[in-house]
Design a protein around this ligand. Structure first.
Ligand code: 2E6
Ligand code: F3S
Length: 333
């Protein structure tokens, strides 16, 4: 999927032109890049159809584009014919889903982000060592279902501060640790962790937190832009946790308004009234071309070229699942 570059010339107020600030980093993270390429390569190698359990990443444009190329998105393994090629999404799956796929003899390709797999491994390790695990995350989110499914008897989900009230009483001598979904708001998670420590004095911290580098970097960048922009437009889909968090973080950082849009045409002209500086960012599952469309769309409302506001450089790349790496591409099943 091509991601053309954006003009980064600086426009100043002195010209009278209204400004666009582009948060950087934004858009694709290494895990999304790998997951999308996994489906593309699987289609190349096996031909259509290739089945994908759930959305490969939470972005409408990506899913629609891959569907046109021959991917068939399904809700669960029982919708996939036996022996078909089946890709697991970037958000990961529980052992029960792996088992169901094996039972139907699916040829599975796992596009789970390695940073999600890291959390699965932590759950397995701490559960084996006798811990109860408080998993901070959003109820019903696929990543949380997959992660909790590694040890359902000892994982207790906390969704937001209010979720703490629904936790069972743990005995003082019980081993207790918290872990988290990868795409949460850093600030909100730390607030929840502080509150958990007040309630449970036996609560241990993990060796490192699980909010991934891409989530953290995009939040830092949007905060910086929000200090200078009245309006922040976040490009991303409604079911994308990390994209939704960017709207919340922008508002907390001082932006008067912030909205999540899949496409440029969803921008309501009323949002732009009286605005001199618009900030733009995009979630980790969003191709850059959609940001470019927003920049082009804003030109008709008097907004000039875009200036990058860069708070970090990202160089992380994850290798493809082994079966799809170039040296294996000649192999047929
Ligand atoms: C997998 C894990 C984390 O909704 P969420 O933000 O988790 O997902 P996407 O697909 O929008 O972002 C990428 C991603 C994939 N993040
Ligand atoms: Fe992975 Fe984080 Fe992206 S968990 S898929 S690197 S948003």
């Amino acid at each position: 999927m091509s991601t053309p570059a954006i003009s980064t010339a600086t426009t100043t107020d002195a010209t009278g032109t209204k400004k666009i600030l582009l948060a950087s980093p934004r858009g694709y993270c290494a895990g999304v890049d790998r997951a999308v390429e996994t489906v593309e390569r699987a289609l190349e190698k096996y031909g259509a159809p290739v089945y994908v359990r759930k959305e490969i990443v939470h972005n409408k444009y990506v899913v629609d584009t891959l569907a046109k190329a021959g991917a068939i998105f399904v809700d669960d393994t029982d919708e996939v014919p036996p022996n078909a090629h089946l890709v697991f999404s970037a958000h990961g799956v529980s052992p029960a889903v792996h088992a169901a796929a094996a039972e139907r003899n699916h040829d599975t390709i796992d596009a789970t982000c390695p940073l999600v797999t890291k959390v699965h491994n932590e759950v397995k390790r701490f559960a084996k060592s006798g811990y109860h695990i408080i998993l901070i995350g959003h109820e019903g989110h696929e990543e949380v279902e997959g992660t909790a499914g590694e040890a359902p008897d000892v994982v207790h989900l906390v969704d937001g501060l209010e979720g703490i009230n629904t936790l069972p009483e743990f005995l003082h001598e019980e081993k207790l640790i918290w872990l988290s979904q990868t795409t949460l708001s850093v600030d909100e998670t730390m607030e929840i962790v502080d509150k958990l420590h007040e309630v449970y004095d036996n609560l241990e911290n993990p060796p490192s937190d699980d909010i991934c580098y891409a989530t953290q970097n995009r939040q830092v960048a949007v905060k910086k832009v929000a200090e200078q922009a009245e309006l922040i437009i976040v490009v991303g889909s409604q079911n994308s946790s990390n994209s939704k968090r960017l709207v919340e973080v922008a508002l907390d950082a001082g932006a008067a308004h912030s909205y999540l849009v899949d496409y440029a045409h969803q921008i309501d002209p009323a949002w732009l009234e009286g605005v001199n500086t618009v900030g733009i960012t995009s979630g980790a599952s969003v191709p850059e071309i959609l940001v470019q469309h927003v920049v082009e769309h804003l030109a008709q409302f008097g907004f000039g070229d875009a200036e990058e506001v860069t708070t970090a450089q990202e160089k992380i790349v994850f290798s493809l699942p082994r079966v799809l790496r170039p040296s294996d591409r000649t192999q047929k099943r």
